[in-house]
Design a protein around this ligand. Structure first.
Ligand SMILES: Cc1cc2nc3c(=O)[nH]c(=O)nc-3n(C[C@H](O)[C@H](O)[C@H](O)COP(=O)(O)OP(=O)(O)OC[C@H]3O[C@@H](n4cnc5c(N)ncnc54)[C@H](O)[C@@H]3O)c2cc1C
Ligand code: SF4
Length: 493
């Protein structure tokens, strides 16, 4: 449980208060109250303190490891009789003859209960339910399929995404101040690229440092991983890590489309919740409380559907519309899309929306699909990144090692190419093979095969961030769940 979970994370506790009011007495792993808050604009040498925008205020929140919170929640759920099959990936959506969703089939687990390899084991286990809730987080592979099958995105904007990196560090106690929360914008990203960082001081002299890059960046030479590594070398940030030790690394995409990208939520036999539906509040960089709230509202709607024999839990959408979650996302709906105009215009617009219009703007800005905005490589400047110094900045290989990712070697590659010719004929020829740079785990490499370029897929390194499924310029890469429950093994990200 929690081994694939990656988040900041500062948690807003109002949903947890509603779900488990006595979480404090039940030893919930929320140990570090958040505060003080800082919001900095970085130039290459300086950090300029900016007024804290209200969405970024963390008064009353807690700095947590979401993996630990998930493990605690799992124990609470099991105590109530829930059965959890940790390590099983849902590989396929099952349908009834009338087309409604019947459940999911898991993939091959690779090893049997006796721990021995199951070389000839082909089929998975069917998990059947009257209602199936898809809660795969950002860009869920099964959620993508049900959205297509039931045309759930017909009346909403495309989803837009960010790619988030995170490292956990043990730092010098003299440099640690539990609860401190720092967010930055600006350097090292160019001003036409959306993104920013977070630095959260947890308990036990640990800090979580992370960096998010909007996947609607246009320059195919941009390397989000290298931007993150460069960010840590900033003269104001470097001292935090001096004498410290990096203990974990991972990456995960975030759904950033917000209000206007929320699809139809229900379909016969199931519904979408959490980040799979796109309930993240981007200006807050928070989706834990909204994911939990959507789960609670889904439970009420499912209970109603099951007890009345209705095939679709239609009341879920109405419950969402009547909830605080809906108001919260509606109010901030224009902030993220305005950053398409660049950092300065985006900040000015965010100030207008936040302080003057207070979320009541009569307009709604639209979202676009991230893969569609990539420019041709020849039209964009190349970016030269500094070599990692091995102290605060690192290479991909040592980072992948810290993600603990593992996949059985002899399984079919879980990253499928719809057309095997496209990586060279299109991606390399027109975009200088951007998958070599946006993949945080170095899965995609252009190698020379007798003098001819060829895409090599090192699927074993994949950390399941889903960026390739989103950013590939022709949507030629399809991420599917691997066999054997493989993937990252995050300790407490
Ligand atoms: C870098 C970063 C920083 C963030 N910081 C914060 C923060 O500070 N505060 C905050 O509130 N939010 C933050 N968020 C957002 C928050 O983490 C998410 O909104 C939240 O975790 C969404 O919850 P979820 O349950 O919908 O999805 P997830 O937490 O992503 O969980 C989905 C789970 O389903 C599993 N899964 C996916 N597909 C399958 C399948 N087919 N079969 C079986 N299992 C599957 C995944 O492995 C994962 O364990 C951050 C996100 C990122 C990436
Ligand atoms: S292969 Fe795709 S999902 Fe896996 S780490 Fe790379 S970009 Fe992420």
């Amino acid at each position: 449980m929690g081994a694939h979970i990656l988040s900041g994370a500062v948690i807003e506790t109002r949903t947890l208060d509603a779900l488990i009011p006595d979480w404090r007495e039940r030893d919930a792993p929320l140990y570090t109250p958040a505060g003080p808050d800082h919001f900095w604009l970085l130039t290459s040498r300086r950090a300029v303190a900016l007024p804290l925008p209200p969405p970024l205020s963390n008064h009353g929140n807690y700095v947590v490891s979401l993996g630990n919170v998930c493990r605690w929640l799992a124990a609470e759920a099991e105590a109530l009789g829930a059965e959890i099959f940790a390590g099983f990936a849902g590989a396929e959506v099952l349908h009834n003859p009338d087309g409604s969703v019947r459940g999911v089939a898991t993939g091959d687990m690779g090893v049997g209960r006796d721990g021995l390899p199951r070389a000839n084991f082909q089929s998975g286990v069917a998990l059947i339910g009257r209602q199936t809730l898809f809660a795969e987080g950002c860009r869920g592979s099964l959620a993508q399929r049900v959205m297509m099958r039931f045309d759930l995105r017909a009346d909403c904007d495309p989803q837009t995404y960010g790619l988030g990196f995170k490292e956990l560090w043990d730092i010098d106690p003299a440099r640690h101040a539990a609860g401190t929360v720092i967010h930055t914008v600006g350097w090292p990203l160019p001003s036409d690229t959306y993104g920013g960082s977070f630095l959260y001081h947890l308990e036990n002299n640990q800090v979580a440092v992370g960096f998010v890059v909007g996947l609607d960046y246009r320059n195919p030479h941009l390397d989000p991983f290298a931007e993150f590594q460069r960010f840590k070398t900033h003269p104001v940030l470097r001292p935090t890590f001096a004498g410290g030790r990096r203990v974990a690394y991972g990456a995960r995409t975030l759904s950033e489309g917000g209000f206007q990208s929320i699809p139809k939520l229900t379909f016969p036999g199931g519904l979408l919740i959490g980040d799979a539906a796109g309930f993240l509040n981007v200006p807050k960089l928070k989706g834990i409380h909204t994911a939990m709230q959507s789960g609670m509202l889904a439970a009420e709607a499912v209970f109603e559907a099951v007890t009345t024999g209705a095939p679709e839990a239609v009341s879920f959408s109405a419950r969402i519309r009547a909830s605080r979650l809906h108001d919260e996302l509606r109010k901030v709906r224009n902030i993220r899309p305005a950053f398409r105009l660049g950092l300065w215009a985006g900040m000015a617009h965010a100030a207008l929306e936040t302080y003057i219009l207070r979320g009541r703007a009569p307009w709604t800005l639209s979202q676009h699909a991230d893969h569609s905005v990539l420019r041709k490589a020849v039209r964009c400047p190349k970016i030269v990144y500094p070599k990692p110094d091995g102290e605060v900045s690192f290479d991909r290989q040592s980072s992948i090692y810290l993600s603990g990712t593992n996949h059985e070697e002899d399984q079919p590659v879980h990253l499928r190419l719809l057309n095997p010719a496209v990586p060279i004929a299109v991606n390399l020829a027109l975009y200088d093979a951007p998958e070599q740079r946006y993949c945080p785990a170095g899965v995609f490499e252009i190698v020379s095969d007798g003098g001819r370029p060829r895409l090599q897929i090192n699927a074993v390194n994949c950390v399941h961030c889903k960026a390739c499924d989103i950013k590939d310029p022709t949507r030629n890469i399809v991420w599917t769940v691997p066999e054997g429950g493989g993937g990252p093994n995050y300790p407490n990200l």
